[in-house]
Design a protein around this ligand. Structure first.
Ligand SMILES: Cc1ncc(C[n+]2csc(CCOP(=O)(O)OP(=O)(O)O)c2C)c(N)n1
Ligand SMILES: [Mg+2]
Length: 362
């Protein structure tokens, strides 16, 4: 009489396992080697930028930042399948996809450096700004999908959120209407195991996120998000079907946040070193470089040389950011009220004093 929820199972799609062994030979053969090399280079670049930003933050040269380390294969694959006119609707932990859309390092530094101009997105085409309010962006993604359909365009939307985001009402509303309207939106949930300190087991009573697609009447899939080849292959197919008018898709990318939630978080308070070590073995960068090294298409020396090149570029752009005009402190307070209330005025004075004491104000 009842739906047997525990008997419905969702297989996790994987092509290359943690040791770099190919499990799905036919599918793997369809990926050109140059795509794998490009994927690895982009993961390496995103990783280098990520580590540098954390280091700048630790030196007091950057504000709070959410590290991407360990999750990069997902955003890299998304960035590689998106075409110019396609839309990217980001959360905040998929930097490689923003870079693919044309966000510059300078803008990235500006944004995480607290300057609103960083998300003016002067060069990135068809991308929404980063969304810090969890899952609110998904409604916009469905709306953009609706507009694309209305205009009879062939573009798609890729929208990101995290496992925590799936508990928001906005997630439900976005997926429900995406399904009803059959819009070309691919919802990628980066399930990195945690929403700050809340583990996935306490996020939902469901087995996983992918299964939720069934209830919405949406096609879904669970993918090993640390397997670049699986992410690339599945997204290619999923984007293709959305372009043909086959409606929305829910893709759960299973991964792990190897770093802290943000630079102000301490994960040792809520998870074990053993758990972190287990996931370090599944690192997407390690996996792909291991495979390509075995094939003699990659080497540790080449990787080190690239990291040095990337670091030079990052350092140059970061210095440019540091010597650029900092944001006007008053912009935090302006444009909220026509007449600024007394309590806000007091906050403003306090803030100015704080910045002066830190020697930040230019
Ligand atoms: C609407 C809303 N509620 C709460 C927060 C505070 N908050 C910031 S990040 C976060 C956890 C999000 O976790 P998840 O969706 O899994 O994304 P992750 O950070 O793991 O990438 C929360 C609760 C917020 N930014 N927005
Ligand atoms: Mg999460």
């Amino acid at each position: 009489m009842f739906i047997k929820k525990d008997e419905i199972s969702v297989p996790k799609f994987q092509i290359m396992d943690e040791k770099g062994t190919i499990l799905e030979k036919e599918r793997f053969a369809l990926i050109e080697e140059k795509v794998l090399i490009e994927g690895l280079k982009r993961i390496l670049f995103a990783r280098t930028v990520d580590l540098q930003i954390v280091s700048y933050q630790r030196q007091g040269r950057m504000y709070t930042y959410p590290p991407n380390i360990g999750q990069e294969a997902i955003a890299v694959a998304a960035g590689m399948v998106l075409e110019k006119e396609d839309w990217l609707v980001p959360a905040y932990r998929e930097m490689a996809a923003w870079l693919a859309k044309g966000v510059t390092l300078f803008e990235l530094f500006q944004y995480w450096g607290g300057h609103d101009q960083g998300m003016a997105l002067k060069q990135a085409h068809n991308m929404l700004p980063v969304s810090i309010p969890i899952a609110s962006q998904l409604l916009h993604a469905t709306g953009i999908g609706y507009a694309i359909k209305l205009k009879k365009q062939k573009n798609v939307v890729i929208a990101f959120c995290g496992d925590g985001g799936t508990s928001e009402g906005d997630f439900h509303e976005a997926l429900n209407f995406a399904s009803v309207w059959k819009v070309p939106v691919i919802f990628i949930v980066q399930n990195n195991g945690y929403a700050i300190s809340c583990p996935f087991t306490r996020q939902t009573g469901a087995q996983n996120v992918a299964l939720k697609s069934v209830a919405y009447g949406i096609t879904g899939l669970q993918v090993d998000g640390n397997d670049f080849s699986a992410m690339y292959t599945s997204l290619k197919e999923v984007v293709g079907r959305a372009r043909k008018g086959e409606g929305p898709f829910l893709l759960e990318a299973v991964t792990y946040r190897l770093g802290a939630h943000t630079t102000s978080d301490d994960p040792s308070k809520y998870r074990s070193i053993e758990e972190e070590k287990q996931w370090q073995e599944k690192d997407p960068l390690k996996r792909l470089s291991m495979y390509l090294t075995k094939k003699k298409k990659w080497s540790a020396q080449q990787e080190e040389k690239l990291v040095q090149q990337y670091k030079k570029k990052i350092e140059k752009d970061f210095k440019e950011f540091e010597s650029s005009k900092s944001y006007d402190v008053h912009d935090c307070f302006n444009h909220l009220y026509s007449e600024i209330p007394e309590d806000l005025k007091a906050q403003q004075t306090h803030y100015e004093q704080f910045l002066q004491a830190k020697g930040v104000q230019k």
